[in-house]
Design a protein around this ligand. Sequence first.
Ligand SMILES: [Zn+2]
Length: 390
Amino acid sequence: MYSITKEFGRLQKSGDFGNYVTEIDQLLETLSKARATIDSAPQSRRELLAIVKNSCSNLVEKTGNIQKDIHGSLSKYSKALDKKFKIDVETAYNRSAFPDSSKILLDRAIAMHLIREGQFSVADSLIQDSSLDIAEAIELEFIDMYRILAALRGRDLRPAIAWAASKRDQLTALGSNLEFSLHSLQFIHYFTMTTDEVTGLPVNGQQMALQYAKENFAPFGERYLGNISKLMCAFLFKSNLEKSPYVDLFLAPTAWDDVARSFTKEFCSLLGLSSESPLYLAAAAGAIALPTLLKVGTIMREKQTEWTSENELPVEIPLPENMFQFHAIFVCPVSKEQTTDENPPMMMPCGHIVAKESLARMSKGNPNQRFKCPYCPNESIPNQAIRVYF
Ligand SMILES: [Zn+2]
């Protein structure tokens, strides 16, 4: 790896155009001055042109050398890369995966990724150059999201709270706790504050927290009574919070990151988007799958066989669940089929769960027919089974 970083360092050094650009600007200035002088005093033409010609050829020679340097460093860098990464990625490359017509989809995915990453000017150039049809409104939404996230990073919860309050109905419908979590963090932030963030003067943080609770917690009283009681009880331990049962809640080192993450997630989900960029997820899954796919590709080439099943890989590629598991799924232990809305999971009184169709099969289609659970000795009738939601 050392050789790669070394060559990259050299490339970075020789790729610095700073001085070169200044010199070209200077030459351009000299040229336009010379033209103005020649226009006003044509007799000086010969002498002036000789000087200008000299400066030009000097700079041309210099830029030639710079270019040579860059090419040299670039080829050394790519050689270092080739030496380290000997694998030929071509074996795992499926040419039919991206037909010409999908180029626009790829461009779109990249542009959306850039917008989601907050790289707005690069995204704008791409959208313009590829004539992509991406609504400006989406970009404006993400600009707003980054404004709120920047405030959160600066420990200012107000923009996030204002946003959550304006979307209260939609967030509640999603079952989100975001608005209360933000208020709760603001309370904790005040509670643990000893000096004013701007003036540096000492403040009574706990008094501020109490005042904040009085002004803001009322709308959440019913739904979050337990959480609010917990916050209030912390006053009993205000002098030794570190050793109290509230230490995890009040002094959690990841509290701000957690709230920022859940804000991003809810923000995206109200826009109908996933919380992670699909392009990022696809590239990450690809990077995990690549070594296996390369191996498969090599074996298939050596044995001269081809995998022909469409939309299916010849090997299983396990992806980490925390990142790539998007839905809870349930597979019926009787039929081995994944349950769906039409064929949902049903729990029998004994607690065992099977798919609705399996239930019907076991009771021969009669909702009042007694049958034995396939997993325990208990008997029940289909009408006693209840639908389970994951
Ligand atoms: Zn059972």
